[in-house]
Design a binder for this molecule. Structure first.
Ligand code: 6R9
Length: 646
């Protein structure tokens, strides 16, 4: 066991940081008291504009409307590439580390410029223009970043779909965003296994008639299906076009991308981010939170299919002229020392990963760390879910050798960039705490009636003022934005998370307070899993909750009620798990399925998940009020038949 203790700023043997405690406090105060002045200065510092703004910002926390750097023009790819060519054309922009440790590539800013321009020209040639949607369904290869940047160069809106999503989930996202072109690869490679990406695209496109083109990167050379006219080899198309492409001047509020994320109800939402505010926020937070220093190698282990990959593999680091590492594989392949080997191989200075990965590696002991020095490491980051204090200490003491501060970064797909984190050198570190709001962020805690709580408190986390990388709309359904985020509590953005503020005023995120699960850092809506479970002739009704899991953080526990006359055999239960993998993706597969003849419902027919959650978590002495149930006896039978989680 590692001793859990707070770490004072003064103990951090940091030899250089952008800000000390006074510096943070001064900047934070200015960002709140004179936001327009603060953001104008930061916007000019971190981003190059083609035309200045007429007004810094306008927002309304009742309606969720927000606009930043109004009337300004810029191009994201220019900021992430062209702007750096004068000074760092030959600096590595992207280090790619393949799944096989023998595979790696270095791409300089000059090469990045050429790759992105060529691809942008291919997109134009296929008729894609400003405002059109392009779906990117790719493995973790540099072409995924080229694709995002090529879209931004011509003003197309990208929708990256994580390569672990099933063909059905991909189809839904392509249809919802009305994409007309898909960029993919023949296959992906992860942990020595092949992922049939092109085959999945072919299945999805059977019901997406509007997609006229599919660009295919040759990654493994596998045999794949081919639709003449529609399918094009990426390398062939890129070889035939010019290596220069004039950037499209974009309005600060023009959309940059759509990224689907799960909510507590219904289908995933297409979170829409725009151009200027998003880029300013991601660049600024990448600079301060990771204390990024010129020339450093920065590695974020996320997948570009999630927001962390968008903001902190691609846009933030490249806007700052950083060297960003992209890893195709998994932390345990070929063995559990892989991350540490990669850190030594590429002299990684900043390492940003998720608690689930740290827990998995911690479970394998210290042996796998022994053949690496990790001397290059200067700073560690965590994201995606609360980090358990003992895991934090292992990360700090064993991985970082007590030398590297840990930044526990809290944020969401909807926030676009990190909102709460301890700035290294400016903030004490408390294992498990996300600590302090970043510039311009005004968090608050409210009770269930929306009353703001003062001082040390536990409550629902809300944000009171607009910030530049705030979600602008739910694609195609603006009303859903208002309902989901701006209606639960009056005049504030509701995060869906619970949090505690301690006596020092520091924030501890306690996890979701809605029906969103967090499995290995992946957000999954209970409704998505439930609808996959009832999509057959066996199951009448299903209810899904999360229960604790040592490595994944949460596991999925499903209760299913058979249709009349059906016996849910082991074989059928196995098929139900497969059905969820097919509908959503393998990462959403239920860990436990309990068969039941009744679910706890109120008299109005609403399932009481609170009770199901307690049963799944084995918290039986504290079930709460069951008197409002239509039939209280179902609870006893659910308890009696609960599954052993071992
Ligand atoms: C960036 C990202 C967002 C949800 C969020 C919260 C959880 C993220 C966290 C954290 C505790 C942290 N979360 N970071 N919880 N501490 N440092 O993960 O975006 O996939 O949209 O998930 O993840 O519950 O609401 P996204």
């Amino acid at each position: 066991m590692y001793k859990i203790q707070n770490h004072k700023v003064s103990e951090n043997p940091l030899y250089r940081t952008h800000l000390d405690r006074d510096g943070y406090e001064r900047m934070y105060r200015q960002s709140i008291e004179q936001p327009d002045m603060f953001w104008a200065e930061q916007a000019n510092r971190f981003v190059e504009w083609m035309q200045p703004w007429s007004k810094v910002h306008e927002s309304n926390m009742e309606t969720g409307e927000a606009a930043w750097f109004i009337d300004a023009k810029l191009n994201v790819s220019v900021n992430c590439i062209d702007r750096h060519l004068k000074k760092r054309a030959n600096q590595t922009a992207i280090i790619w580390e393949g799944d096989d440790p023998a595979d790696s590539r270095h791409i300089t800013y000059r090469q990045l410029h050429e790759e992105v321009c060529r691809l942008a020209n291919v997109l134009k040639q296929r008729g894609v223009s400003k405002g059109d949607r392009v779906c990117i369904y790719m493995p973790m290869i540099p072409e995924a970043a080229f694709a995002m940047l090529a879209c931004s160069r011509i003003g197309a809106i990208h929708s990256v779909v994580f390569g672990g999503f099933s063909p059905d989930a991909l189809r839904d996202r392509i249809q919802n965003a009305e994409c007309e072109l898909v960029i993919t690869a023949d296959e992906g490679v992860r942990g020595g296994r092949r992922v049939p990406l092109k085959q999945n695209v072919d299945k999805a496109l059977a019901s997406c008639p509007d997609v006229h083109s599919v660009l295919v990167v040759r990654r493994t050379g596998a045999d794949i299906g081919w639709v003449e006219q529609r399918d094009i080899w990426y390398h062939e198309a890129c070889a035939q076009v010019s290596a220069d492409c004039a950037p499209e001047p974009m309005d600060s509020e023009d959309p940059l991308f759509i990224l689907y994320t799960s909510g507590s109800t219904g289908k995933p939402k297409g979170v829409l981010h725009t151009t200027g505010g998003y880029l300013v926020s991601t660049a600024l937070t990448h600079h301060y939170v990771f204390d990024y220093q010129e020339g450093e190698v920065y590695w974020c282990t996320a997948d570009v299919g999630w927001v962390t990959g968008h903001s902190y593999i691609v846009y933030g680091p490249l806007c700052n002229g950083a060297t960003t590492l992209m890893f195709e594989g998994v932390p345990t392949y070929p063995d559990a020392s892989r991350c540490w080997q990669v850190i030594d191989k590429h002299k990684v200075n900043v390492f940003y990963t998720a608690p689930t990965a740290i827990r998995a590696l911690m479970a394998l002991g210290e042996e796998p760390l022994k053949n690496s020095s990790r001397q290059s490491l200067r700073l560690l980051g965590s994201v995606g879910e609360p980090i358990n204090p003992e895991v934090w200490e292992w990360y700090y003491q064993v991985v970082g050798q007590r030398r590297c501060p840990i930044v526990d970064t809290w944020w969401q797909t909807e926030t676009g960039s990190i909102l709460i984190a301890p700035l290294p050198g400016a903030c004490d570190l408390k294992p498990g705490a996300a600590m302090r709001p970043l510039f311009g962020v005004v968090p608050a805690l409210v009770d269930n009636d929306g009353n703001e709580l003062e001082g040390p408190a536990d409550g629902n986390l809300v944000i009171k003022q607009s910030w530049p990388s705030q979600i602008r709309t739910v694609y195609g359904d603006h009303q859903r934005l208002v309902e989901t985020y701006f209606s639960t509590y009056k005049s504030v953005y509701f995060t869906g998370d619970g949090a505690r503020r301690d006596a020092d005023g520091d924030y501890w995120i306690t996890g979701r307070v809605d029906d969103v699960l967090n499995i290995s850092g992946h957000r999954i809506g209970t409704a998505e899993v439930e609808s996959a479970l009832v999509l057959n002739d066996w199951v009448a009704e299903a209810a899904v909750v999360g229960c604790p899991h040592d490595i994944k953080g949460q596991a999925i526990y499903a209760y299913v009620m058979p249709m009349q006359g059906v016996t849910l055999t082991e074989d059928i239960l196995a098929q139900l798990k497969v059905a969820v993998s097919e509908q959503v993706g393998a990462f959403a597969r239920p860990d436990y399925i309990q068969v039941t003849n009744g679910l706890p419902k109120t008299r109005s027919g609403k399932i009481m998940r609170r009770i199901l959650r307690k049963i799944a978590c084995d918290e039986l002495d504290n079930l709460g009020d069951t008197s409002t149930l239509a039939d209280p006896s179902v609870v006893d039978s659910l308890i009696e038949n609960r599954l052993n989680r071992g």
